[in-house]
Ligand binder design. Structure first.
Ligand code: GDP
Length: 303
């Protein structure tokens, strides 16, 4: 938890600076106050729609109406945010685990969001938990992507199946699944090329991969995880929308929450798309991936 708090330090500051100024000056709850509150949320990347949802709910909140201090208001805000985020469901977004065969996870996302790094971190975590993990270098498009995954593989002691740059990613996937099955791997994590500029190609490529996965293990990928860079703010939301129009995303991973990100974008993504955030990235090292816990996250953002 100490590590988590430390990792979130900058994002917390980016998110809550305006809000804390407002609460320090708190006098009464009136329309001016709500207007300032909305500004603070927008500045924290919460997005317009989600901001309105929160402030509308807060206007009705009895605890808020009776608030005597900035701290009372803060507690009411945190509670309402958690409530809206969780939408009544309280369970943790865990990863799928297949029975009696390798669990197959596809990682998608545009270049530079932290896909390869996230695969390395998650592979390391799964290995630490005693699993046999295999990586597949399905991004044959971006120069250097294969090598970058191989560097991670070496660092964490996990084998990587790779083809050549410019080759057919589906044949890499085929080889990797075969190896994963033959050698009883628990997890296969597949890197893919993030070409959102060309939606049709991306869709075709992912469909082809899924066809091969289906043929080999009788279902599609167990998880299709979309990696998003939190420092890109509302752009991350746009990417999430575009990818989810193209393929079925089972979970999100928000990276770079240790830097210039404001962090509110997780709330707006939740509001607009019903896809759970499963992990957050808090740095570039192998142990910098954290399970996403909504309540902990929201407290960490505002506290
Ligand atoms: P890809 O193109 O999506 O595979 O992205 P990479 O994995 O190559 O990551 C792009 C850059 O972001 C690299 O320099 C990573 O070290 C960095 N990066 C990835 N995740 C994080 C994170 O959680 N925090 C920080 N600070 N940097 C990250």
């Amino acid at each position: 938890l100490g590590k988590y708090d430390k990792g979130m330090e900058k994002t917390r500051k980016n998110f809550s600076e305006k809000l804390n100024e407002l609460l320090a000056d708190f006098r009464t709850i009136d329309e001016d106050f709500f207007e300032d509150l909305e500004e603070a949320f927008i500045a924290g990347d919460v997005g317009f729609e989600m901001t309105l949802a929160i402030t509308d709910a807060l206007r009705e909140e009895v605890r808020m109406k009776n608030a005597k201090s900035g701290d009372d208001v803060k507690e009411a805000i945190i509670e309402k945010m958690v409530e809206i985020y969780e939408k009544g469901e309280n369970d943790l977004a865990t990863l799928a685990k297949a029975d009696g065969r390798p669990t197959v996870m596809l990682f998608v996302g545009v270049n530079g969001v932290g896909k390869t790094t996230t695969i390395g971190k998650l592979a390391w975590q799964l290995k630490q938990e005693g699993n046999k993990v295999l990586l597949a270098a399905g991004d044959t498009f971006r120069a250097g992507a294969i090598q970058q995954l191989e560097v991670w593989g070496e660092r964490i002691g996990v084998p990587v199946v790779a083809g050549r740059e410019g080759g057919d990613p589906s044949s890499v996937v085929f080889d990797a699944i075969k190896k994963a099955k033959d050698e009883n791997f628990d997890y296969l994590l597949i890197d893919t090329a993030g070409r959102l500029q060309n939606k049709i190609n991306l869709m075709k490529e992912l469909e082809k991969m899924n066809r091969i996965i289906k043929r080999e293990i009788e279902t599609g990928a167990d998880e299709t995880l979309l990696v998003l860079d939190a420092t890109t703010g509302q752009n991350a939301l746009v990417q999430a929308k575009q990818f989810s129009e193209t393929i079925d995303i089972t979970g999100l991973i928000l990276t770079k929450l240790d830097g210039t990100a404001k962090g509110g974008v997780i709330l707006s993504i939740r509001h607009e798309l019903d896809i759970p955030v499963k992990y957050i990235g808090l740095g570039e090292q192998m142990d910098d991936l954290q399970v996403f816990v909504p309540e902990q996250y929201i407290y960490g953002l505002i506290k």
